[in-house]
Design a protein around this ligand. Sequence first.
Ligand SMILES: Nc1ncnc2c1ncn2[C@@H]1O[C@H](COP(=O)(O)OP(=O)(O)O)[C@@H](O)[C@H]1O
Ligand SMILES: [Mg+2]
Length: 323
Amino acid sequence: MGERYAVRAEGMEKRYGDKHALAGFGLAVREGTVHGLLGPNGAGKTTAVRILSTLVRLDGGRAEVAGLDVVRQARQVRARIGLTGQYAAVDEVLTGRQNLEMFGRLFHLGGRRARVRAAELLERFDLADAADRGVGEYSGGMRRRLDLAASMILSPAVLFLDEPTTGLDPRSRGEVWEAVRALVADGTTVLLTTQYLEEADKLASRITVIDQGRAIADDTPNGLKDLVGGDRIEVVVADRAEIPRVVKTVARVCEGEPEADEEASRVHAPVTDRVAALTEVARTLQDEGVAVEDIGLRRPSLDDVFLRLTGLRTTAAEEAVAA
Ligand SMILES: Nc1ncnc2c1ncn2[C@@H]1O[C@H](COP(=O)(O)OP(=O)(O)O)[C@@H](O)[C@H]1O
Ligand SMILES: [Mg+2]
């Protein structure tokens, strides 16, 4: 069964003067999915998205979007994509509806089709009630949803979202996530860049981690978490002086080596049989009369993954220098 890809790129190179913005970056995005491109500020995310959306020239390597070469078939690529940037392109003075109708006419939809499409999109992005209010009065989340709607005017096959929730409060961020989920349910493929690990975790079925212009990992969110090991049990004690006793108990019950974080009054250790370990540790500590503030199981977060990956990269670079 052949997988179909909305984006395939290999060995992408981009230099700005002596700055290597992309240094052999590649990724493959399956059709009909949300793919996360996760990396810190300056990693090369926007550069990659701008090349894939034909706005910036590739210096080396190759990239295809919707099966079309981004350099040789740039015009056809542009007809199949939508792009939402970090900065919204909507006009403050106009209403939400007027903005969308204007975009529709810019894309040569014709007056009536532009009106119909605008109404559909206002409904879809939950903006129907605010449609005839000036965008100046919109909240951050509403503006970002309007921006998403504008990029969907032509029903693109592939949508690039460059940090769609940066600068939004948690509630607005959740609203944008809902909108992205709705798009994918409709069959659009989304490549979403983010600095938020939680966002990639929530939305993406696959994640490419980018750092210094290179892909340093590519996996499912769970696959990435497995990189840093499995579940851990965590015990937070009321009194730090109890830490040595807790370490002993946890060591006896769990097979992995416990670690203590004195600062946080916390002991943690890897576990395999999650529930058995949790009940056993909780009961033993209670029998021993240790005052426990909190006890629980924790799956490694993407934060752990990211620290681990970028940490490994640093180590590898240091070793290369030392060699
Ligand atoms: N137009 C440009 N001119 C010079 N340097 C640039 C330009 N665009 C990006 N860069 C540099 O390339 C690197 C990657 O930038 P960018 O792709 O914007 O990263 P991200 O979107 O992940 O924050 C950064 O070091 C940035 O300073
Ligand atoms: Mg960027």
